[in-house]
Design a protein around this ligand. Structure first.
Ligand code: NI
Length: 475
């Protein structure tokens, strides 16, 4: 459209006024419109699209209105999942309408300075998951300040925002394994040991509600950030801790787990290969339980991420199925040490059969797998026993390292004897019914790891090569 011709001099002032008054009016109308649209959370989203670095998610940069005294800017990602995109749009809209729209209304009328920016920071971008922080900044004239922040972990397959409870198929596992580990990790990160909060206090104060937010991290880690008031109240040095997702593999929903483990692709490929051909492996085995110290031992093993093999007694296991379930859930192997710990060479074939089958039944109820390993009580067997165990499809597992932990109830002696005689391929015999043996385990694990040994279950040690009726002392 062409400019109207400038009128002759008498009407010049009138023309100038008319031209600029219209500009002034349209500016006010624009402000009013922004305020109205914002208040009703209408999305007049348009703008330039740009890619955030290291990401296949698109960022859309939206400028609602930009003027010297008033600007509202939104940056948000676009993912491959429509549900996730809608969820993000809702979050950003809600964030703005809660804290931004009202201010905008006031600002528009009083002509105050106001600037708002909503943007995001990706924490993890993966085919399956997208973790991000969404930030809302506000500026009332003295600089842009972070006003509000939300963290989301989005499942790009289901379109869901993941909460911690969404991971666990077995909700009891949150109380039994997850929270104790979280507390332990917080304590471990505390360097000033004398100022460390007591375990009792942590137990009372650290629960799911203490977690401010979490994000998924590469190598399949959870990174938890605690609420500031909890950190302050407990005097914690660390406000955040990481836990490996793989440590909870037995209690996470299987389909979710499979996709989570892709966050650590190299790790998910370890199965089905004989890793003990390349590495020096050692198997820790625990007999005669479950007992009063078994849960303590399980916690030690979990924290060190060491799988072990438990030769349980059926007569005890029947009363401690929770502990058996925990063993299985936490990745240990459960095997047969008879029902009542009688010497197999003194039993009739019927009695021997009962000792094996009744115990295997208790274990199989938990593991849903056949039990194929038996350790005869006292390591006592003869040809007849071997023949019967072969018929019952049991491999006969003995040991190569025996610290005689039942005779010397002394942790240091037990540690010393184990560490003296352990070699590549050793099967170490311990008893989880003795507190002194359980207390020896952390040092044994630390030292064997320091020597480069991989601590594994018997299944891993022998990589599926065990045969029924055969005896095994070591690999
Ligand atoms: Ni025994």
């Amino acid at each position: 459209m062409a400019e109207p011709n400038a009128p002759s001099s008498p009407s010049l002032i009138y023309w100038w006024l008319r031209k600029h008054l219209i500009s002034c009016l349209s500016f006010s109308v624009a402000l009013l419109l922004v305020a109205l649209f914002s208040a009703s959370s209408a999305t007049i989203w348009q703008g330039v699209e740009k890619k955030p670095s290291s990401s296949d998610a698109l960022a859309k940069n939206i400028i609602l209105e930009q003027k010297a005294a008033l600007s509202v800017e939104r940056n948000y990602p676009i993912t491959s999942n429509q549900k996730v995109n809608q969820l993000l749009a809702d979050i950003i809209n809600q964030m703005h309408s809660k804290r931004g729209a009202l201010i905008l209304n006031q600002v528009a009328w009083r002509r105050l300075f106001y600037q708002e920016r909503i943007d995001f920071h990706p924490e993890l971008i993966h085919d399956n998951f997208f973790s991000l922080t969404i930030n809302q900044y506000q500026n009332f004239g003295s600089g842009l300040r972070l006003a509000h922040q939300v963290v989301k972990n989005l499942d790009l397959k289901t379109g869901k925002n993941l909460r911690i409870s969404d991971f666990f198929a077995d909700l009891g596992a949150i109380e039994q394994t997850f929270l104790p580990d979280l507390r332990f990790a917080l304590l471990s990160s505390h360097k000033a040991k004398d100022l460390q909060p007591s375990e009792e206090l942590l137990k009372n104060k650290i629960n799911l509600a203490s977690i401010d937010y979490f994000v998924l991290k590469p190598k399949a880690q959870w990174h938890f950030v605690l609420k500031p008031d909890v950190v302050r109240e407990l005097g914690l040095e660390a406000k955040s801790v990481s836990l490996p997702i793989a440590a909870y593999s037995r209690v996470i929903y299987p389909d979710l787990l499979a996709r989570l483990l892709e966050l650590d692709r190299s790790k998910s490929q370890v199965s089905q290969v004989d890793s003990c051909q390349q590495h020096s492996c050692v198997a820790l085995t625990f007999d005669d339980g479950p007992g009063a110290y078994t849960d303590r031992l399980l916690t030690i093993l979990r924290r060190n991420q060491v799988p072990a093999t438990f030769f349980v007694l059926g007569s005890r296991a029947q009363h401690q199925t929770q502990t058996l379930r925990r063993m299985f859930n936490e990745g240990h192997q459960i095997a047969n040490h008879s029902w009542s710990h009688r010497d197999f060479t003194r039993l009739s074939l019927t009695e021997l059969q009962q000792e094996i089958q009744q115990t295997n039944q208790i274990i199989s109820q938990i593991t849903k797998q056949d039990v194929s390993l038996t350790r005869p009580p006292y390591g006592s067997y003869n040809g007849r026993v071997l023949q019967e165990l072969s018929r019952l499809r049991q491999a006969v597992i003995l040991w190569s390292v025996d610290p005689r932990d039942w005779a010397d109830r002394n942790s240091q002696i037990v540690q010393q004897r184990v560490l003296e005689s352990t070699r590549r391929g050793s099967i170490v015999l311990l008893h989880d019914i003795h507190a002194t043996s359980v207390e020896a385990v952390p040092t044994i694990i630390a030292e064997l790891k320091a020597r480069g040994y991989h601590l594994v279950t018997l299944d891993t040690l022998f990589a599926g090569s065990l045969r029924a009726g055969e005896r095994y002392f070591s690999r």
